[in-house]
Ligand binder design. Structure first.
Ligand code: NIG
Ligand code: FE
Length: 407
């Protein structure tokens, strides 16, 4: 049975039509017709005929934009790292804290100790809040277990979240996030590579933290060659705090996305362009860690590299739920136009997850995942600082459930 819902009286409807180059289409005074949770067409508001639809919803002249695709998160974890934030303010660095057994390893300890149920509950609260703020598709990484049992526990929680919340969720095995206490890097990396077959069916992709005091570009290559043979999508944390050569290597091996990229070079940018790799930028991390260099965003745009924006939601480098804030930071730190930033945060993220045929642009045939703003102009998102413009989020044409605070 067909269910047709019409959202009428939309003051401004934004669709993302292209990622590289970033392009949006803006239509005034129109209506969005959906069929079984997917976009059917956009019509002029004057052409709305309520008798043809099962339901007609009046949006009162507000702006509608595609839901955000948060294509890089670590939102399943226990505990917090406020103490570490204070230590960094007193001068400790992110990598020094990790080297002395804190940082990621603090969250690993808390996550190992947490029950599957409590991880599910806390992650569900986070996702509901993120959805209320406008995010309608997610990528979620493991990486706070660093042992078979806990890595699987995290990904099982991810699967349950995907089933229960009814939103697109891509799951990534990030065993190579840090070296666990009491193990050498090489022994641990061997374990991660040998464990890959166990994650088939549980994770869609594989990721690695390529950084000084974590894993090298050669480690990335070893891991990715095996992961690729097993059919995993490849994504990588590269060139965040220093240049290690991971971006070039990941692009060469066909990674879907390279993430962070503050230290990516012009050669890395060319490699991403040639391999069609999406560059995922996360300005919230630079803000929270401080003292970071900005990535060469305009060289990426000029080269035609597809861009995505994400929160990196995690307790250590970006305790962020709100993609609206990420858009604002990207627009003003990177000097992006609202069009460039919005394209990256919607269809760009979907492209980085290989989901752009199904969602991300609010285009005909895609999921009707969208955010109704409080005002009639989408540019308000980029103009007024520190506001929340989310009026209501719709997932497959249905209103999202209200959230309870995730703090
Ligand atoms: O994307 N840098 C490595 N991984 C995360 C941070 C994880 C953490 O600090 O808990 C990142 O920034
Ligand atoms: Fe990350």
């Amino acid at each position: 049975m067909k269910k047709i819902v019409c959202f009428k009286n939309i003051g401004q409807l934004v669709q993302t039509t292209s990622v590289a180059p970033p392009e949006i289409r803006v239509r005034a005074n129109c209506a969005l017709v959906t069929e079984n949770g997917k976009v059917r067409k956009v019509i002029a508001n004057a052409k709305v005929q309520p008798s043809q639809y099962d339901r007609t919803i009046d949006l009162g002249g507000r702006a509608v934009i595609p839901g955000f695709v948060d294509c890089h998160t670590h939102l399943i974890y226990a505990g917090d790292r406020k103490k570490e934030m204070e230590a960094r303010a007193r001068g400790a660095s992110y990598l020094d804290i990790l080297k002395t057994g804190g940082g990621i390893l603090t969250t690993v300890k808390a996550t190992r100790e947490a029950s599957e149920e409590s991880l599910f509950e806390s992650a569900r609260r986070r996702m509901r809040r993120m959805t209320e703020l406008g995010t309608t598709a997610f990528e979620i990484k493991s990486g706070y277990g660093l042992d078979l049992e806990t890595e699987k526990k995290i990904l099982r929680v991810g699967r349950r979240l995907r089933d229960e919340l009814g939103v697109p969720v891509t799951l990534t095995y990030l065993g190579a996030h840090a070296v666990p206490r009491g193990m050498s890097k090489d022994a641990y990396l061997n374990f991660v590579i040998e464990s890959l077959p166990e994650f088939r069916g549980l994770a869609d992709g594989v990721d690695i933290f390529c950084e000084r005091d974590a894993f090298s570009a050669a480690d990335l290559r070893r891991l990715f060659l095996s992961a690729k043979l097993l059919g995993f999508q490849l994504r990588a944390h590269v060139e965040e705090l220093s240049r290690q050569g991971g971006c070039f290597e990941a692009a060469r091996l066909g990674a879907l996305s390279c993430d962070h990229l503050e230290h990516a070079s012009p050669a890395d940018i060319r490699a991403m362009k040639l391999s069609g790799t999406t560059a995922t930028l996360m300005p919230g991390v630079a803000l929270f860690l401080g003292g970071q260099k900005l990535p060469l965003v305009h060289a990426m745009l000029d080269a035609g590299v597809p861009l995505a924006l994400a929160t990196d939601c995690n307790p250590g480098s970006s305790p962020a739920y709100n993609m609206q804030t990420v858009l604002y930071l990207a627009a003003h730190l990177y000097r992006l136009t609202p069009e460039q930033a919005l394209a990256a945060a919607t269809l760009g993220g979907a492209r980085g997850l290989d989901g752009h045929a199904r969602y991300g642009g609010l285009l005909p045939g895609q999921r009707a995942d969208f955010l109704v703003l409080k005002t009639g102009d989408y540019r308000d998102l980029f103009y007024y600082f520190g506001e929340n413009f989310a009026e209501k989020t719709y997932l497959a044409a249905r209103p999202a459930k209200p959230s309870t605070p995730p703090f």
